[in-house]
Design a protein around this ligand. Structure first.
Ligand SMILES: [Zn+2]
Length: 275
């Protein structure tokens, strides 16, 4: 604008730059936190933002039983079950250490009375945005505390034991990570998120499921199902782990209770548990 005004060049651009736009929803959300004006300067030179997908891709019908039927390892049945019954990201799942699993009632961390796990970010990108939604964790007297806590279903525990007592007991080397490679020159070493994605993709093809099976679709499906079961309670949505879209709720309401009756009921419905 300065260049256009002072030098008298490109009057057309000057006019375009003077246009102001109404605040968007993102602006209004920021306004709730106390730093935004009622109208925003528009920048006609800014790249157009791609519209956000409003309906995230869910799993095809029958995905979980179809996949469990065709997988070739206890590890893979466990991965399908764990992705189905939580909102874990594939990176979080593949980064788990045995020490992060608190699968008994009243674990020593004292942070969640039912079986749960802690996703602790031990490495990876340190970008600020990611750090903001990933709480700190620490080891206190040999017990993991903090991180992101996810409640664990009975089916997750039984598939865990099926894997630990067979494939893990046979092949694991001493690294302490949960998911390991079961073949190849690095057998027993940690399994990567990419390998897990490949396993799901191939299993999806063998099970003749439509489209590509991705870890993200499990997450969307779980969050969607929990929300449905709770009648759309926003605090339940937050507890279910829809972190990114629920950031505002976090600011407004504070942290959700992983043991609220509403969340517990919704989980039971989604996990298919009988009273
Ligand atoms: Zn714990």
């Amino acid at each position: 604008m300065h260049q256009c005004t002072a030098k008298g060049v490109n009057g057309e651009l000057l006019t375009a730059l003077e246009v102001r736009r109404l605040p968007t929803r993102a602006d209004r959300n920021r306004a709730l936190l106390g730093h935004v004006k009622s109208s925003m300067p528009a920048n006609p030179l800014a790249p157009k933002r791609r519209p956000r997908r409003r309906h995230p891709k869910m799993l095809p019908d029958g995905a979980r039983p179809g996949l469990v039927e065709v997988v070739n390892a206890a590890r893979d049945a466990m991965v399908v079950t764990w992705l189905s019954d939580t909102s874990l990201r594939i990176g979080g799942l593949c980064g788990l250490h045995l020490a992060d699993l608190h699968l008994r009632e009243d674990a020593a961390c004292g942070e969640c009375k039912s079986p749960h796990l802690h996703v602790c970010h031990r490495w990876g990108n340190t970008n600020r945005a990611a750090a903001k939604i990933k709480p700190d964790w620490q080891m206190v007297d040999g017990t993991v505390t903090g991180g992101e806590i996810y409640r664990v279903s009975p089916a997750m525990i039984s598939t865990y034991f099926a894997y630990m007592t067979t494939e893990y007991a046979k092949h694991a080397t001493g690294h302490g990570m949960l998911l390991i490679q079961l073949a190849g020159p690095n057998i027993g070493e940690p399994w990567t998120a990419d390998a897990a994605r490949g396993m799901l993709r191939r299993a999806g093809r063998r099970a003749e499921l439509p489209g590509r099976i991705t870890p993200k679709a499990f997450r969307h499906q779980f969050t969607n199902d929990v929300l449905d079961a709770s009648g759309g309670d926003p605090l339940v949505a937050k507890a279910a782990g829809d972190w990114a879209s629920m950031q505002m709720l976090d600011e407004v309401y504070g942290h959700p209770d992983l043991h609220s009756p509403e969340f517990t009921e919704a989980l039971k419905t989604v996990w298919g548990e009988e009273e």
